[in-house]
Design a protein around this ligand. Structure first.
Ligand code: FAD
Length: 331
């Protein structure tokens, strides 16, 4: 039982002088750390991944983590920023005509692999930073047509304004529509066809290199009636630049999320049952601790009252010294 602090019989534990000295110096240390934090605390959103020596020429690109798996730097001769499909078409045509290699870069370049890097150093980047318009929202049909550079955050917010929801998505909302499709990004679900973002796409427009007879560029509109649709949606950028995407969304709903930690001894049997039980069920295993974090995540009507709290720890902001210590431990 815990001691009752209000009780007259409760006596404080005796402390030796040295302990008192230690605890006051630790308190001073903690206080100075807190003061330092107050002075220096700063939040640092991800850096822009493209850096150029001058005027969008002689550039480097990295990913959101600041390093590719092979620790190399990706050098490119230049970067262009089309802000409409017409401008994108001109860029692709001009590059194809002179056989220039091009790759597509996004706002944060969130992928770990180096797939954004052209295969030669004379290559260029087409950034989708300014391809960020919402073209059409049809509340009745539940569809929404957006530019490829629109971020997940904006997609979710604009859809919600129209009473619509993208039911499944990756965790981080800085990803772009084009990047999510091209990498097959997903949430977590065993229900229906799964949790991939591209399963909610009903049409894409893709700008690809063409021959001289096409003016060196081809713009295709692909939908479920085309055999190439599935391949073109998830193609790591090798088939051209996705320009616009039409989603079929669902009526807005809320999600009820609860976390529970359990031992992992019956994980093999439990995973399938758990996955079928909750629409957005998710399991994270911590093998060294023999534990599994169960995310009990289900759809509820949007009128359901809740506390709006998602106390998921993985993507919380983290103190820089703690990140540095983790990295040192890893190395
Ligand atoms: C914090 C964090 C959390 C994440 N959580 C999840 C998660 O829960 N689930 C999950 O599946 N993934 C997750 N990811 C990975 C993420 O899904 C991928 O990194 C993401 O899809 C990349 O999106 P991006 O817009 O940054 O594209 P980039 O990484 O910049 O590009 C990815 C590839 O697509 C190409 N590309 C981009 N746009 C186009 C376009 N318009 N046309 C043609 N090619 C294009 C690029 O050239 C590149 O090859 C997470 C990443 C981070 C950083």
């Amino acid at each position: 039982m815990l001691p009752n602090h209000d009780s007259a019989n409760y006596s404080f534990p005796k402390m030796s002088c040295s302990k008192v000295f230690m605890s006051s110096s630790s308190a001073a240390l903690i206080l100075s750390c807190l003061l330092l934090l107050l002075v220096n605390a700063d939040c640092s959103p991800p850096d822009y991944p493209i850096k150029c020596l001058h005027n969008n020429h002689e550039c480097t690109i990295t990913n959101i983590y600041g390093t590719f798996p092979d620790r190399s730097t990706c050098q490119v001769a230049g970067v262009v920023y089309p802000s409409s499909e017409d401008e994108l078409v001109s860029v692709v045509a001009a590059a194809t005509k002179i056989k220039r290699k091009m790759k597509v870069a996004t706002r944060y370049s969130a992928s770990i692999p180096k797939s954004v890097c052209p295969t030669d150093e004379g290559g260029h980047l087409i950034s989708t930073l300014n391809l960020n318009k919402i073209h059409k929202v049809d509340k009745v049909a539940g569809t929404m047509t957006v530019d490829t550079g629109v971020t997940l955050r904006r997609l979710i917010n604009e859809a919600a304004e129209a009473g619509l929801a993208l039911p499944n998505s990756p965790y981080w909302w800085g990803l772009t529509v084009g990047g999510m499709l091209e990498t097959g990004a997903h949430g977590s679900s065993l229900w229906g066809s799964g949790s991939a973002v591209h399963d909610y796409v009903v049409e894409i427009r893709i700008v690809s290199p063409g021959g001289p007879e096409d003016g060196f560029v081809k713009v295709r509109t692909l939908n479920e009636s085309h055999a190439e649709f599935d391949a073109a949606k998830v193609s790591l950028g090798v088939l051209g630049v996705i320009s616009q995407v039409t989603f079929r969304l669902e009526p807005l709903f809320k999600r009820s999320v609860t976390y529970m930690t359990k031992d992992d001894n019956d994980l093999g049997d439990e995973a399938l049952v758990f996955g079928k039980q909750y629409e957005f069920a998710e399991l994270t295993r911590y093998p060294t601790r023999c534990k599994v974090l169960h995310c009990i995540d289900d759809r509820v009507p949007s009128t359901t009252l809740g506390n709006g709290l998602n106390d998921f720890f993985r993507f919380r902001s983290t103190l820089v010294p703690s990140l540095a210590l983790n990295r040192l431990a890893g190395e």
